[in-house]
Write a protein that binds this ligand. Sequence first.
Ligand SMILES: [Zn+2]
Length: 101
Amino acid sequence: MTNKTDGIVIEIDERIAVKNSEQQFEAYCSGCKKMTEMATPKTAGVLAEISEREVFRLIESKEIHFIENARILVCVESLRALTADSNTGSAQTFSSKGAEE
Ligand SMILES: [Zn+2]
């Protein structure tokens, strides 16, 4: 009975741990051409509600901005723009509904 919920508990604990740790930075993003919020791929994944693996996929396909020094930092702004696009895509289709009333 307790074994069944173990996986879920671990997952939630991990998310909270990431959110509470100081894993976000501000750095100059050459893609945005300004100072932006940067985060490690793990933290960026939590912020965008995607997996860390998905973040690396986006980095490799150059769909999001990132800087690579001693560690990889992801531009949170570009990641947000990307995830916002896919989330609002269908909502915009129906936004004119009722506008003629
Ligand atoms: Zn950027």
